[in-house]
Design a protein around this ligand. Structure first.
Ligand SMILES: *[C@@H]1O[C@H](CO)[C@@H](O)[C@H](O)[C@H]1NC(C)=O
Ligand SMILES: *[C@@H]1O[C@H](CO)[C@@H](O)[C@H](O)[C@H]1NC(C)=O
Length: 312
């Protein structure tokens, strides 16, 4: 009886020992298996700027190709708001950011390829829209966010027509004179990030998009946490940007409240009070600049400075 018990209790030990030896002997082979089946690359979600569309072969369509060439097998989803190019382009001008973000959130949630997370790449207003999305819609989770010429503190002026519809721009400029009236906030995308530094109280009270995602009125801890959770937040400013006014907005800089004097990010209350957690991010907040006008960059610059360091 005692003998049998002993035998039984030895059996598992022996098996364990043999298994360990076996696994040890096989480890180089198992390692090879891992190399043969690499984990697939993190998908990328792009959001176009105003006057553009998800898939224009000369802009985001081209960017998609460049990314796919650089990262073998990567899945790229380019956000389109509304069915068809015409609707997508029109929404860029005439659908309020909050609504666009709601649609984008649903769109990403229903894309199975993104369920384990993705990197975001936002162009111009698509930059602050993707940031708003990261803050409001953390499922699926965004990992790294790169914005190119985004307007994170908004704009005060529309010096050059983004996109090529002059007719739209003249109309938009007229509407922006009433940017903070409820009806303009409801029908015009740029009204959502119109930021009048000479009337900060009205901006804070009436801006339905930017004042909210920038935690201007009260601190929404979920927004802050979702931003801090990003692996990296990479903000690209174009040194000779004549579309974004002021261009410092791409780095969260802006006019000092009540004036037209530029403030750096580290001089703003957003930073000093750390209302968004940007200070807390430490060196995971990356500020890049490059010479050139709005969204003017070469394929080589993009691959070397964005794709390889942040997406690969
Ligand atoms: C662009 O801006 C940079 C930095 O301010 C400046 O050094 C450069 O001369 C500008 N380039 C042009 C073409 O204006
Ligand atoms: C802000 O940062 C710049 C460098 O980027 C530095 O020269 C300046 O002293 C800083 N200002 C404050 C108020 O910390």
């Amino acid at each position: 009886m005692a003998k049998e018990l002993k035998f039984k209790s030895m059996l598992p030990k022996n098996i364990c020992f043999v298994l360990i030896l076996l696994l040890h002997a096989l480890s180089p082979i198992l390692g090879m298996f891992r190399m043969n089946f690499p984990t697939s690359p993190v998908p990328i979600v792009m959001w176009h700027g105003i006057g553009d569309t998800c898939c224009n072969p000369l802009s985001l369509g081209r960017i998609k190709e460049v990314i796919e060439k650089e990262i073998n097998g990567v899945y790229v989803h380019s956000i389109s708001i509304g069915h068809g190019f015409a609707k997508d382009a029109e929404s860029g001008y005439f659908m309020p950011p909050n609504k666009q973000i709601e649609i984008a959130c649903e769109q990403l949630r229903s894309d199975d390829n993104l369920k384990n997370g993705y990197h975001g790449l936002g162009f111009s207003q698509g930059g602050q829209f993707l940031r708003g999305l990261a803050q409001r819609c953390s499922d699926p989770p965004m990992k790294t966010l790169v914005t190119l010429g985004g307007q994170h503190q908004g704009v005060y002026g529309l010096p050059k027509c983004p996109g090529d519809s002059k007719k739209y721009c003249d109309y938009i400029r007229r509407l922006l004179n009433h940017a903070y009236s409820n009806w303009v906030q409801r029908i015009l995308a740029p009204a959502g990030y119109w930021h009048d530094p000479l009337d900060e109280p009205t901006y804070k009270k009436k801006s339905k998009f930017l004042a909210d995602i920038n935690n201007e009125v009260f601190i929404n801890q979920e927004y802050k946490q979702n931003l801090v959770n990003l692996e990296k937040l990479v903000l690209v400013k174009f040194n000779n940007d004549t579309t974004v006014q002021p261009k410092e907005s791409s780095w969260f800089g802006y006019y000092k409240p009540g004036s037209l004097v530029i403030q750096r990010l580290n001089e703003t209350s957003l930073w000093i009070e750390d209302r968004l957690g940007l200070k807390k991010m430490g060196d995971r907040l990356v500020l890049l600049d490059t010479d050139g006008d709005h969204l003017q960059f070469s394929e080589e610059w993009f691959v070397t400075n964005i794709v390889r360091p942040y997406f690969k």
